[in-house]
Design a protein around this ligand. Structure first.
Ligand SMILES: [Zn+2]
Length: 68
C-alpha cells in the first residue's frame, strides 16, 4: 500500500469538514479528501482516481487561510 503524505486543513469558519490534499503515489495527481475529523482523513482511502492509498497526515494547517 503506497503512502500519500497529506496536508490537512482545519475547518474554516462556516465549514464543518476537514480537508486534506495529497499527491497521489498511484497516479501522480493531487487529490482532495474531506472528513468530519482529522482522524477520518488518515488511513486507507480510495482516491479519486479509483486506486487505494494509505493517507498519512504530514502537515496540519488551521482553517481560515492563516497559520501557513
Ligand atoms: Zn490518484
Amino acid at each position: 500500500m503506497p503512502s500519500a503524505f497529506a496536508s490537512a486543513y482545519a475547518p474554516a469558519p462556516g465549514r464543518t469538514l476537514w480537508a486534506a490534499v495529497y499527491a497521489c503515489p498511484q497516479c501522480g495527481h493531487h487529490h482532495l479528501a474531506r472528513g468530519r475529523a482529522l482522524e477520518a482523513l488518515a488511513g486507507i482511502r480510495r482516491a479519486r482516481c479509483g486506486r487505494r492509498v494509505w493517507v498519512v497526515i504530514a502537515r496540519r494547517y488551521r482553517g481560515g487561510g492563516e497559520g501557513r
